[in-house]
Design a binder for this molecule. Structure first.
Ligand code: PMP
Length: 437
C-alpha cells in the first residue's frame, strides 16, 4: 500500500506537471514560512538556509522593518510608473545609494528590477558615454540571462541553443589565482595576466572601439574568485589610459555580503559604473545602476527605463533594508561571521586534502573540491554528494563554478550562533562522510 504523500512531495509532483523544462531545482525543498536563516518546509521541517535565495537575503528572511515598510507602502499606492508620475521612495533610494556607493565627484543612480536588467543598462550607458561599441568580459563571469547579459556570461552550458549572441563582446581569462597560478608566485602570475590584458589591445580588439570592461570583483557563480588587488589596480589604469568605462557587477557580492556595501570598497578602487540587485530589496525585485554623474547623464532620454522600474513597494523595501542593515551593523556582522566560517573550514582542510581551497571575502566563502590536491582536477561528483547529503540533513546549500566542484556559502548574515553551528556541523560531517574521514 502506498502511504499518503507528504505536502512537500505533492508540491514537487505538481511542479513536474506544470513547470517548464529547463527550470532547475535545488535541494527538493518547498517552503511554507521563512524567518532569519530558517526555512520551514510544507511538512513543517526546519531547514537551515546557507543559500540565502542565491544571495538575496543577506538581512535574513522577512526582516520585520522591511515587511512593515512594504505593508505601509502597499497601503498608499502601488504604481504610477516613475516616468509618468514621480514619487519620493524612488528619489530617496537613489539619494541613499549615491551616498553609500560614491562614484567620483558626483554620483547618479537609475533603478530597474533585476540584476540582468542592471547589467544591460550599464552596458548601454557605457556605450552612449563613449560612443564605442565593444565590451570586454571575463571567463567564469555570470551577468544574467537577458541577451546581452547572457552573452557576457561565460558558462556555455547556460547558453545552449540561445544564440546568436550580442556582437562586439570579447572575453579575457579571469585571473583565477587558485586555479592557474601553478608554481609561479601570485605576484608573477598577476604580472603575466596584466601583460595579457595589455596585449588584448593588440590582438583581441582595437581599444579605441572598447566602451567598457565588465567584471565581478569577486565572481559569484564562477566560484567566489576574488580579483587580485594588483590586477584591479592595473585594470583601472588600463581603462583610464584608453578612455574605457570600468563596470563592476556587484549583484551577488553587494549589500554587506563581503563586509562592505560593495566588494570594490575593499580595494579602494572605484568603478565608473556598478550594478546591484539581490539583497538590496530583501527579496523584492529591485536593482540599481550606479555611476559617475557625467557618465550616467550620457543616457539619452527614452533609451533607459521601463514600466516597472523602481516600483514604489520595491523602493520602500530597499530603503528599509538599507536602514536595517545600518542599524544592526550588518557589514561588521559579515566580517565576524566570515572569519568564523573560514576558521572552521580551514581546520577541516588540514585533515581533508580533497578540499583544495577555502577562500572568499567577508562572509562570501567558498570551498573548492579537487582530486589529488590538484587545482586542475575539479571533483564535481564529490561536491554534489556533499550538497545532497547536507540537503537530506536539513541544510540548504548551492554549488558553483564552471565545473560545479565548489560549494558557496551565502547564509543570511543575521544567522544565530546556534543555527550557524548546527549548519556548519552538518556540512563538516557530510564532507567527512563523503571523503571517508
Ligand atoms: N550578475 C551577477 C554577478 C549575478 O550573480 C546575477 C545573478 N546570479 C546576475 C547578474 C543576474 O541577476 P538576476 O538573476 O537578478 O537577473
Amino acid at each position: 500500500m502506498i502511504g499518503k504523500l507528504s505536502k512537500s512531495q505533492e508540491l514537487l509532483n505538481r511542479r513536474k506537471e506544470s513547470v517548464a523544462n529547463g527550470v532547475g531545482i535545488f535541494n527538493n525543498a518547498t517552503v511554507k514560512d521563512a524567518k532569519g536563516a530558517i526555512i520551514i518546509d510544507a511538512d513543517g521541517r526546519e531547514l537551515i538556509d546557507f543559500a540565502g535565495g542565491i544571495g538575496v537575503v543577506n538581512a535574513g528572511h522577512c526582516p520585520e522593518p522591511v515587511v512593515a515598510a512594504i505593508r505601509e507602502q502597499a497601503g498608499k499606492y502601488l504604481h504610477t510608473s516613475f516616468n509618468v508620475v514621480t514619487y519620493e521612495p524612488y528619489i530617496e533610494l537613489c539619494e541613499e545609494l549615491a551616498e553609500i556607493l560614491p562614484h567620483g565627484e558626483k554620483t547618479k543612480v537609475m533603478l530597474v528590477s533585476t540584476g540582468a536588467e542592471a547589467v544591460e543598462n550599464a552596458i548601454k550607458i557605457a556605450r552612449q558615454a563613449t560612443k564605442r561599441p565593444a565590451v570586454i568580459c571575463y571567463t567564469g563571469a555570470y551577468h544574467g540571462r537577458t541577451m546581452m547579459a547572457m552573452t557576457l556570461t561565460s558558462k556555455i552550458s547556460y547558453k545552449y541553443d540561445c544564440g546568436p549572441f550580442a556582437p562586439e563582446v570579447y572575453r579575457l581569462p579571469f585571473p583565477n589565482v587558485y586555479r592557474y597560478k601553478g608554481s609561479r608566485g601570485e605576484a608573477t602570475f598577476v604580472k603575466e595576466e596584466l601583460k595579457r590584458l595589455h596585449e588584448s589591445a593588440l590582438n583581441l580588439v582595437d581599444v579605441k572601439n572598447v566602451a567598457a570592461i565588465i567584471l565581478e570583483p569577486i565572481q559569484g557563480e564562477g566560484g567566489f574568485n576574488a580579483i587580485p588587488q594588483k590586477y584591479l589596480e592595473g585594470l583601472r589604469a588600463f581603462c583610464d589610459e584608453h578612455g574605457i568605462m570600468l563596470i563592476m557587477d556587484e549583484v551577488q557580492s553587494g549589500f554587506c555580503r563581503t563586509g562592505h556595501w560593495a566588494s570594490w570598497q575593499h580595494y579602494g578602487i572605484q568603478p565608473d559604473i556598478s550594478t546591484y540587485a539581490k539583497s538590496m530589496g530583501s527579496g523584492l525585485p529591485i536593482a540599481a545602476v550606479v555611476g559617475r554623474a557625467e557618465v550616467m547623464d550620457a543616457a539619452a532620454s527614452g533609451s533607459i527605463g521601463g514600466t516597472y522600474i523602481g516600483s514604489p513597494v520595491c523602493c520602500a523595501a530597499a530603503l528599509a533594508t538599507i536602514k536595517y542593515m545600518k542599524k544592526i551593523n550588518l557589514n561588521q556582522k559579515a566580517k565576524v561571521l566570515g572569519t568564523d566560517i573560514k576558521r572552521r573550514l580551514k581546520n577541516l582542510k588540514k585533515v581533508c586534502p580533497e578540499i583544495g581551497d577555502v577562500r572568499g571575502i567577508g562572509a562570501m566563502i567558498a570551498i573548492e573540491f579537487v582530486k589529488n590536491n590538484d587545482p586542475s582536477q575539479p571533483d564535481a561528483d564529490l561536491c554534489s554528494k556533499i550538497v545532497e547529503g547536507c540537503s537530506e540533513n536539513g541544510l540548504i546549500l548551492l554549488s558553483a563554478g564552471t565545473h560545479k566542484n565548489i560549494i558557496r556559502i551565502l547564509s543570511p548574515l543575521v544567522i544565530t550562533q546556534q543555527h550557524l553551528d548546527k549548519g556548519m556541523t552538518i556540512l563538516e560531517n557530510e564532507i567527512k562522510k563523503a571523503t571517508k574521514k
